[in-house]
Structures are given as C-alpha cells and as structure tokens.
Write a protein that binds this ligand. Structure first.
Ligand code: OGA
Ligand code: ZN
Length: 377
C-alpha cells in the first residue's frame, strides 16, 4: 500500500550523524551540521536565502533530544543553545544525501554527427516563440538537447532576432557590443568581419567566461559562397576520447593562453580546450585556433599538447561530424557556443551582400528561463 511517507525511527550513527528509517523501507544518514545548516527554518521567509550562521554551532554539535511529533515531523533540540529544528518526512526523503534537487533545465545533451541530422537542425517558428510560452519552452529544450536549432520566419531586421533572444533573458554584452554585425567590413578587427572562410570554432575563448548561447540571424545571404557549417564539439571530444584517451586528457588538463586584441582592448585568459565536470563528462569546448596566443608551455607539455590538439583539429575537418547548409534571410541559428563549433565558407562580396546579426545569452539565463517556464506549466 502506497501512502504518504512517514518516519519510523530516528537513531544516531556515530558522533556526526543521525540515521532515519522511512516507512517505505529506506534509510538515510544525515550529518549534524547539514541538518542545522539546511533546516528550512534557517532560510529567510521572503527571499528564501540562507540566514543560518554555520559558525554559531560548536565544533562538536550535540543533540539534546529527538522526537517524532504528532504531525509526523522530526524535532531536534540542540544542546549548545536549546534551539529546535523541524523536518517533515517528505522533505528529509527528498533531500537525503547525494540526491540532487530536481532541475527542469538539466536536459541531457544528445550528441550528433552528420548522419543524425539529415534534415538539418530542428526548426522552430519565430512567430510562435514570440507568442507562446509552450513554443518558447520547446525551442529551448531542443536547443539544450542538440545544442543547435534554427528559428525561421523572423519578420524584420536585427531588432526582431534580439526580441527572440530576449524572450530567454538579457543579452551578454562583450567588447563587440551587445549585438554585432557579421559582414565584410573595410577595417576589420576580427576575421568574421572579412569575406574569408572561418574554420569551425567557438567564439571568444579569450574571455574569462566565453558567451553561452549564440544567435546568428541571417539578414542577407546573396553573395556567392558563405555556406554555414556546424559540428557537435561534444561528439568530437567523445570520438577523441575513444580513439586516444591520452590526447583527450591532455586537452582537458593543459590550459593554453587565449587572446583577442585590437586598438581598444587586450583580453586574455588561459583555459583548456575541453572542460570536464566533476563526473568527468565533457562540460565545455573552447576551440578557436585564431585566438590561441603564442604557446608558452614547457617543452614536454607542449609536445604532448600539439599532438593532442592536432588530433582534435583533424576531427573538426572530418565530414562525418559536420552539417552544411546555407542560411536564408529571416532564419537564425541558435546554438550553445561552449559546445557547438560553427564556421562558414569564404564568400565573394562583389556578387551580393552577406549580413548576419549576432548576439549572445549566457547559459545561466537560458537555464533559468527553462526552470521558470517549467514552474508555470
Ligand atoms: C562569427 C562567425 C559565422 C558566419 O561571427 O563569429 O563565426 O557565418 N560567423 O559568418
Ligand atoms: Zn564565430
């Protein structure tokens, strides 16, 4: 018989922890500092922020009494100040050690190669994204999952795609402005502002935090050439890991200098090409050959790094990972700039105009919108 969970016993597990038995047969150990520090009573009732001061506890906390109240909650009384903490069975079960808070933005990436997207990236309509929260949520979910989507039917110029990006959250400003115009410019400070080909890359690896999601809205694409290429950097990193684990680990552990400079700024940082999360899963890719500063690694590390970097680079040139298509005016590519590599063919500006309008929204704003949409569904 399934019903509301209750607590059947509260015991001690050594000097540091309580052990709680639940009516569903499960048992969990709770650290004493954790119980005081995470008790719902210790959070501000309006802001929800923690007010409890962890150092108000002695180094060896002692529980004076522990009772299961008539309403099923556990009440603990602390010996050092006589204060009490209260916990419901549901709350304790939901937050037992090692259980992460439910996260509607925690959408697992689906890695892809050329064969997985025969019709190009998933498409979403601008008009419904603008008018419907459900459509916004479905677009963001696909963009989170595949790292890349196309929005079509954008009515208007750069303002129109900014309005779509702002449905997610505020824009990430960089030294190129809050938005940027990708076109052949007379005095370029960036290879993107020429008519040259751009090999696959992620943007702004020289920044302390490279922008999260990128939006490239095609305003005109009338020149000969200028086709777009995208590849899933997570899939490339996984292929490298399978083919040459040492090369993968070298790119994940060796930080290299990255730099952008022009007449106004000189922005530098050091980072690895592949960033792993605490589980060892690929979390971010930062790959931009044009922004790698003079390599200054010790000789033996440099030898290893060059081999590994060339192996990664070679995979980015392998057509099995790439999808190629021509962006049409009124379409916008939306992609995770810390996962998806993007590039373009050279174009001939004599034959027509090519103009993309770009902006960025960071990952945290993107994920926040997904959570807020989930909360109102
Ligand atoms: C860029 C870029 C791609 C393109 O502006 O960073 O990569 O298709 N542009 O012009
Ligand atoms: Zn770029």
């Amino acid at each position: 018989m399934k019903g509301p969970v209750s607590i059947t016993a509260v015991g001690t597990a050594g000097p540091d922890a309580l052990v709680i038995d639940f009516s569903d047969g499960s048992q969990a150990e709770f650290n004493l500092f954790w119980l005081a520090d995470n008790c719902p009573d210790g959070f501000h009732p309006q802001t929800g922020e923690r007010q409890f001061d962890l150092l108000s506890m002695p180094d060896v906390p002692v529980i004076k009494s522990k009772n299961i109240l008539a309403n099923g909650c556990v009440e603990l009384q602390w010996a050092h100040d006589g204060s009490t903490s209260h916990f419901s069975p549901e709350w304790l079960l939901a937050h037992r050690p090692g259980v992460r808070r439910d996260d509607p933005a925690g959408i697992a990436p689906v890695l892809w190669t050329h064969k997985d997207l025969p019709n190009g990236p998933p498409r979403h309509a601008a008009s419904t994204i603008l008018s419907s929260d459900a459509a916004l949520g479905s677009w963001l979910t696909d963009t989170r999952r595949y790292g890349l989507t196309l929005v079509d039917g954008i009515q208007g110029g750069g303002e129109a795609s900014m309005a779509i990006a702002r449905r997610i959250g505020f824009l990430r400003e960089t030294n190129f402005g809050q938005t940027f115009e990708v076109m052949n410019k007379p005095d370029p400070n960036n290879l993107a502002y020429t008519a040259l080909a751009l090999p696959l890359h992620t943007d702004l690896t020289n920044q302390e935090t490279p922008p999260g999601y990128q939006f490239l809205h095609c305003i005109a694409n009338d020149a000969a050439g200028g086709g777009s290429t995208f590849a899933d950097g997570f899939a490339i990193a996984q292929a490298l890991r399978e083919a040459d684990e040492q090369a993968f680990l070298t790119l994940a552990t060796v930080s290299i200098p990255c730099r952008f400079f022009d007449s106004d700024v000189d922005i530098r940082t050091r980072r690895p090409v592949i960033s792993l999360d605490e589980n060892g899963d690929v979390h971010e890719i930062a790959y931009n050959a044009h922004l790698v500063d003079l390599i200054d690694l010790p000789a033996d590390t440099g030898n290893r790094w060059y081999k590994a970097y060339r192996a990664f680079m070679r995979l980015t040139r392998d057509s099995t990972f790439c999808i190629n298509f021509r962006m049409a005016a009124s379409e916008m590519a939306a992609f995770d700039n810390r996962r998806i590599l993007h590039g373009r063919e050279a174009f001939n500006p004599e034959t027509g105009a090519r103009h993309l309008h770009g902006c960025y929204v960071d990952r945290v704003e993107f994920d926040s919108r997904l959570r807020m949409l989930a909360a109102t569904q």
